[in-house]
Design a protein around this ligand. Structure first.
Ligand code: PEP
Ligand code: MN
Length: 633
């Protein structure tokens, strides 16, 4: 049974409800959610719902039909996000856990940690206690292995996940680990589950070799049942079937099934799921496409020499390649890869400067819920403080004045083309590009609750958004399209007007933020709709810091208006073997039919060829400004 609480009930009312549950023979567990909070009634006793319905502060009493309560969606509607420091598991992030099957020695572990950390992996895996099918196989280093994991954490700042096999080892493993793993073979070791219910550390619960999803969720319920430990992560790692081509059969069905049944995060381990190195990357990609909250990968500096699970272990090169692919796939399902970011979350950056109350914020154009705000979160993580701004110019002004540490502005869209104003502002303002990010843009037709699509007569849309949804607009010639220079702002506008004959084009986040209804989802003319945003700051990126790998240089220059002038500049790059990945031209303000050329080069300013090309370029131009050098997205 669950007791849904009225919003804003008092502490006394809550205590009275909890006392009532106890007197009736149940145990109350408070589950607080953003949408609503509930008291879940745990215990075997069958209680009368009528007893509780009358109590002050109670909104509703419901029976839960499932054999698990605290793990169920009925108890908590929103996704649980488990936070370990700055690492978040669940929600709109995809977490990557990677490392060797077993901790074998200091050298291989620290090398693994450093390589993975440099790629942005936030959680290091490695077994110190190993459940091996054969008693004669390597059994793990035990506590010495835990100590090495601790050393790896100190060295890299990565979080640690490692297996605990026995109830009497929970204490010691919890002393060293950030997440305790319960292995497949122990999913129904009830004493171990009960012991993990007493600690306050996240538990990664692997699916048993032949466990049904319902049995698995009941094991999770054991850990949640005391109300002390609320942090369980489920890990699909393959089940035993008749198929023998792979070590196990990775059951990706489990991902959407679990997302429907439980609020707990679900990750997938394609290493044990397939047992074959070549199959790990395709299944990791499929897991993310299926909606998994993360992947767990086994890798090894020398897989052929691994003491356990070498055949399924990736090399670091393979991990790096896979991360790039996962980074591209995650936005397709509305998520982003939770790698440790190339730039730190802004904190002290702007403190020494004058300005508004949030000098550490990231400025973007638009209202909360704008795509630009999503781009900020994608780049800086969800803790970044965002500063909505009226115009692109305002974003640049805030950065220059120190009222924001960074600004994020769009520069090109795959359907709508370049956002020229921001090119001009890059020349006008003394700022530097320090990063970039590409966002998949899914548009929605959004209206006040109660408006039907047939009621719509007017569309409020940003011209870029309208351009990207041109096909739908063409199908409805009766709609008049009004220009608004802010996607989320157009939603706000029809909400404030209480317009019942209008709709806006914006993100689902904007619909949520303003509590509006989505009439039609995914209305962009082409699903391959991506916008590239640049991150601007006052100072150039310090490439010596946290191993940032710079591979893109943006430059703008002007040439004389005579035959061959542009050609001569481009020839310099070609002759010196510098790759030009983009060229854009813009009229020079006040000089009709004279142009500035914006170029993106592959490389770093310190690369010999790039430096020499830029030096030589100066002989052929009238003006040049290096707009920034940064890691490409
Ligand atoms: C492991 O992750 O090291 C492991 C032993 O996995 P499983 O319990 O899924 O076999
Ligand atoms: Mn293994």
């Amino acid at each position: 049974m669950i007791i849904v609480l009225q919003p804003g009930l008092s502490d006394e009312q809550l205590h009275a409800i909890e006392d009532h549950v106890k007197r009736a023979g149940g145990s109350p567990v408070l589950v607080e959610g953003k949408e609503r909070s509930v008291v879940a009634v745990i215990g075997a006793a069958k209680l009368e719902t009528g007893l509780f319905e009358q109590l002050p502060g109670v909104a509703q009493v419901m029976r839960v039909s499932k054999p698990y309560k605290l793990a169920s969606r009925e108890v908590k509607r929103e996704d649980s996000v488990i936070r370990i420091g700055e690492v978040a598991i669940g929600g709109d992030q995809v977490v990557v856990m990677a490392g060797p099957c077993s901790v074998e020695n200091r050298k291989m572990l620290l090398e693994s940690a450093q390589k993975l950390s440099a790629m942005g992996v936030t959680i290091l895996r490695g077994g110190a206690y190993k459940p091996r099918t054969s008693p004669y196989a390597f059994q793990g280093m035990g506590e010495d292995g835990l100590k090495l994991l601790e050393e790896a954490r100190e060295l890299t700042g990565m979080k640690i996940v490692t297996e605990v096999m026995a109830p009497d080892k929970v204490e010691i493993v919890a002393k060293y680990a950030d997440i305790l793993q319960i292995g497949a073979r122990n999913m129904q070791n009830f004493d171990l589950l009960k012991e993990c219910a007493e600690i306050r550390k996240p538990v990664l619960l692997k699916r048993g070799l032949s466990a049904t999803i319902e049995e698995w969720l009941q094991s999770a319920e054991y850990i949640l049942s005391t109300g002390k430990n609320r942090d369980v992560i489920l890990c699909e790692r393959g089940i035993r079937t008749f198929e023998t081509s792979t070590r196990n059969t990775l059951d990706l069905n489990a991902v959407p099934v679990l997302h429907e049944k439980t609020h707990l995060p679900v990750i997938v381990d394609p290493s044990h799921g397939t047992g074959v190195r070549a199959y790990v990357a395709p299944l990791a990609m499929a897991a993310i496409a299926a909606g998994a909250d993360g992947v767990m990968l086994e890798c090894h500096p020398e897989p052929e020499k691994a003491l356990s699970d070498g055949p399924q272990s990736l090399t670091f090169d393979l991990v790096e390649r896979l991360l790039r692919d996962l980074e591209a796939i995650a936005p397709v399902v509305g998520k982003r890869l939770g790698l440790s970011h190339r730039l730190p979350v802004p904190s002290k950056a702007g403190k020494k400067h004058h300005g508004s109350a949030h000098p550490e914020a990231v400025a973007f154009q638009g209202e909360h819920g704008a795509f630009s705000e999503k781009a900020v979160r994608q780049f800086f993580g969800d803790k970044a403080k965002t500063s909505p701004s009226g115009s692109f110019r305002d974003v640049f002004e805030k950065v220059v004045a120190g009222d924001a540490a960074y600004g994020v502005v769009p520069v090109e869209n795959t359907l709508g083309g370049s956002i020229h104003q921001n090119y001009d502002l890059l020349v006008e303002f003394d700022v530097q590009i320090v990063g970039e990010t590409k966002l998949r843009v899914v548009h929605n037709l959004i209206a006040n609750r109660g408006t039907k699509i047939t009621d719509v007569k007017r569309i409020y849309a940003h011209p870029q958004a309208a351009a990207q949804c041109e096909r739908l607009l063409r199908q409805h010639p009766q709609w008049s399209v009004l220009q608004v220079y802010d996607t989320a702002g157009s939603v706000k506008m029809i909400k404030e007007e209480k317009a019942m004959d209008a709709a806006a084009i914006a993100s689902s986040a904007a619909a949520k933020h303003f509590d509006m209804e989505i009439l039609k989802e995914g209305i962009e003319s082409d699903p391959q709709n991506y916008t590239r945003f640049i991150v601007i700051a006052r100072d150039p990126l310090d490439s010596s810091k946290n191993g940032t790998r710079i591979d893109k240089v943006s430059v703008v220059y002007g040439t004389e208006n005579r035959p061959g002038a542009l050609f001569r500049t481009l020839e310099v790059f070609a002759r010196r073997g510098v790759n030009l990945s983009r060229l854009e031209s813009r009229p020079i303000p006040g000089k009709p039919f004279e142009y500035l050329f914006y170029v993106d080069l592959t490389g770093d300013l310190h690369d010999k060829a790039v430096a020499a090309a830029l030096k030589e370029l100066k002989e052929h131009i009238t003006f040049v400004k290096v707009l920034g050098c940064y890691p490409s997205a």
